[in-house]
Design a protein around this ligand. Sequence first.
Ligand code: ATP
Ligand code: MG
Ligand code: FE
Length: 342
Amino acid sequence: MNIIGFESSCDETGVAIVNTEKGLLAHALHSQIAMHQAYGGVVPELASRDHIRRVLPLTREVLEKSGLTIKDIDAVAYTAGPGLAGALLVGASMAQAFAWTHSLPAIPIHHLEGHLLSPMLAEEVPEFPFVALLVSGGHTQIMRVNGVGQYELLGETLDDAAGEAFDKSAKLMGLPYPGGPALSKLAEKGDPAAYALPRPMMHSPDLDFSFSGLKTAVLTTLRKIEQAGPLGEQDRANLAASAQQAIVDVLGYKVIKAMKKTRLKRLVVAGGVGANSQLRSYLRSEMAKQGGQVFFPPLALCTDNGAMIAHAASERVKAGLVDLNNSAYAFGVRPRWDLAEV
Ligand code: ATP
Ligand code: MG
Ligand code: FE
């Protein structure tokens, strides 16, 4: 069964085709990063308009890459949320129109489930159950995953997400949007012990996080450095490395605690911050010490993409969680709807 998936929740338009037996057949992606860069962040209206411009050419591209025609597609998946409403509507409308035209089922997918299952698109596929660290631009969660659709929240951020901590710290330092990759690049030349930044909630008894204080600490440190003299390139690199270390320390410490608490040996990291090389190497070595293993999505599939959406749909279909004969999927309405349920 071939499933085409659409992702348009934020600033990436992604389309992909996954076969339920063979896996990912093709994916195509357009990132709007360059367009939003001038504004220092995502402009929702511009994002929606650009998704409209990109979605058909990308659909043509995946069909060509996979060697399939529209007639070979058996189901349509799309990100139904969470995300920017206008942006989501583009992918949802496209998917529903596609499904309706070809009498196919349309499968709404939760964006975070897409991220969560994306490590299964790598060569080494984790077996259930596992602990998942979901670290993206909008979310930071630790979950126990027992199977497809079986997600138990163990802890989450009480304020900013880890990606936000990267982005906001980077912005304060004058780095371009999105700050995560830029800050991480600058940190390569810096000393992570140069500035003592806080590790909020690191030793709290729960598995929750708090990152909002970090940007304030970065700002205060910046001011202090500038009071002493002009901010040099090495100061900036040192501050970037110190900020990155603070984020990685807290994420790493808490997730290892979750491993011990659950007694599970497999850790899965998903979401954009999962592309961070410092976090990757920290978790690889810590998990090796625990006699466990850590799994990541392929680097290109850490941030938003269509492959993870089509793949999540494929997993849900295989797990029997999707009623493919239910026309409610195709039309977004409920033809059988008891008044008593209202
Ligand atoms: P969500 O999935 O929560 O709705 P999102 O879709 O915007 O949010 P992703 O696309 O998963 O999030 O990830 C984007 C985030 O990942 C940004 O905050 C970005 O700065 C961060 N990021 C990407 N690469 C790196 C990196 N190498 N180091 C640190 N952060 C990174
Ligand atoms: Mg993005
Ligand atoms: Fe995302």
